[in-house]
Each structure stands twice: as C-alpha cells, then as structure tokens.
Design a binder for this molecule. Structure first.
Ligand SMILES: Nc1ncnc2c1ncn2[C@@H]1O[C@H](COP(=O)(O)OP(=O)(O)OP(=O)(O)O)[C@@H](O)[C@H]1O
Ligand SMILES: [Mg+2]
Length: 232
C-alpha cells in the first residue's frame, strides 16, 4: 500500500530525515514510534506532500507519488489527520463533516451516518460548534473528517496525545475498528503502550533515522531497544 524508500527531508537548510524507509501493507496498522522531535511528524508530512523530500521515493499502491500535491494525494486515497487537528471552529460538528465529504469510488463509502456509528459521541454533539469541543471530541472529529474523504490509507499523527487514559482506550478501540473496516493505518506515536496495544508492526525513528523495525510482539519483548530510543 505504501512504500517509503530512503527519503531525505529538509526544513530550509536543516536536514531532518536521513534516508527513512518504511512499508505499510494493506490492512495493517503500522506504528511509527519515537521521542519528541525524532521526526515522526516530518515523515507524515513528507508522505502527504507537505514537506516533499529532496531525495528518495514514496510509492502509494505501486505508483510514484513523491512530490505530488497534498490535494492530489487526498484524491488518490490518502487521508491525513495532523497532530494539530485543524477543526473549523465556526462550523458545527455536522458541518465540519459535510464539507469533507467526497464520493467513494465503490459503494462501500463513508458518510455521516457511518461515521456517527463509529463515533456515537459526535452524533450527540452534531450541532455544537467546532470551537466548543473538548480535546477528545476534537480528536474524534479530526479522524471522522478524514474518513469522510474515503481514504484507503490513513496517516494518524499522535491521535491520543494529551487525552485522559479512559479516552485513550476509547480512541484505541475506534482505531481498531478502522482496521476491521478495511482501512490501512500509519500511526505516529510517542505513547508506546498505546502502540503496543494497537499495532501490527512498528518502526522506531530517532534523530531522523529508522533505528528499529519489527512486529509488535518483537517490540514488546525488546526492552533494550525501547529503553534506548523511547525511554520506557
Ligand atoms: N517547521 C520547522 N522548521 C524547522 N525545523 C523543524 C520544523 N518542524 C520541525 N522541525 C524540527 O525537525 C525535527 C523533527 O521534528 P518532528 O516534528 O518531525 O518530530 P516529532 O517526532 O513529530 O516530534 P513530536 O513528538 O514533538 O511531535 C525536530 O528537531 C524539530 O525541531
Ligand atoms: Mg510530531
């Protein structure tokens, strides 16, 4: 589904990613783990065309997409939920969803009704303004909005960050349901516990380089690697 090969990404003159490679197979939840400033968000933005890499290649369903504009990638089926959410504060929850709607290529698409089945809370607050939502509600709305674009691959940047433990669990269950619904997910996380509960495979990024890759079971058992790069 997604193949990132040796990408180098810069912000101006600062070299941030050094040959990052990773793969996501259809139907997987792959976690990209790393501490603060490790390069998780930059990797997501590189894939989504927001900070195109200077070197390396990114393929989506076998097609070269390196350097393509974000809106084209959205059309091709990549959904992106940034860490800062970008909910429209003046629009209601329902309106935030409606403006993100995009026709599905197949009949099995997402619409408001299906999104509300996954996030019942959003139905209850449908007429509330985006600016009046709690952090957890905003996170759900951001994911729900991405679903309205009918993505095949969803890039989730720290979806549980800053949430109370109970909400983290709820959101994890909802993300698992996305996999059941046939979505493929690349999840950037600092929260290793969350990743261990959710993911199929994991990569650890540190200082802009991939330091480790393996199945979630291998990562769970490898305390040394977790301590070295994740401080847990
Ligand atoms: N707009 C920017 N301009 C310059 N440097 C940046 C910019 N954004 C991020 N960086 C730097 O790039 C590096 C990687 O940042 P990035 O946001 O990708 O890390 P992250 O793993 O997502 O961290 P966090 O857990 O804080 O979200 C950091 O050293 C950061 O200071
Ligand atoms: Mg980040």
């Amino acid at each position: 589904m997604l193949e990132v090969e040796g990408i180098h990404t810069f912000y101006g003159l600062s070299h941030i990613l050094f040959g990052v490679s990773l793969k996501v197979e259809p139907g997987e939840i792959v976690c990209l783990l790393g501490r603060n400033g490790a390069g998780k968000t930059t990797t997501m933005k590189s894939i989504m065309g927001l900070t195109p890499p200077k070197q390396g290649s990114i393929k989506f369903k076998g097609e070269e997409i390196t350097g393509k504009a974000p809106y084209l990638l959205a059309r091709k089926g990549i959904g992106y939920v940034p860490d800062d959410r970008r909910i429209f504060a003046d629009l209601t929850v329902g309106e935030n969803l409606e403006i993100a709607a995009r026709k599905a290529r197949e009949h099995e698409g997402w619409d408001k009704e299906r999104v509300y089945e996954l996030f019942p809370t959003l139905r209850e607050i449908e007429s509330r303004k985006g600016g009046c939502l709690s952090g957890g509600e905003q996170k759900m709305l951001a994911i729900a909005r991405a679903l309205m674009g009918n993505p095949e691959l969803l890039l989730l940047d720290e979806p549980t960050e800053g949430l109370a433990p109970m909400l983290v669990r709820t959101l994890e269950e909802q993300i698992k349901k996305l996999r059941e619904a046939g979505l493929t997910v690349l999840l950037a996380e600092q929260n290793v516990r969350s990743a261990l509960r959710l993911g199929d495979r994991g990569y650890i990024i540190d200082n802009g380089q991939i330091r480790y890759q393996g199945s979630i079971e291998e990562l769970r058992e490898n305390e040394e690697v977790r301590r070295k790069y994740l401080l847990v």
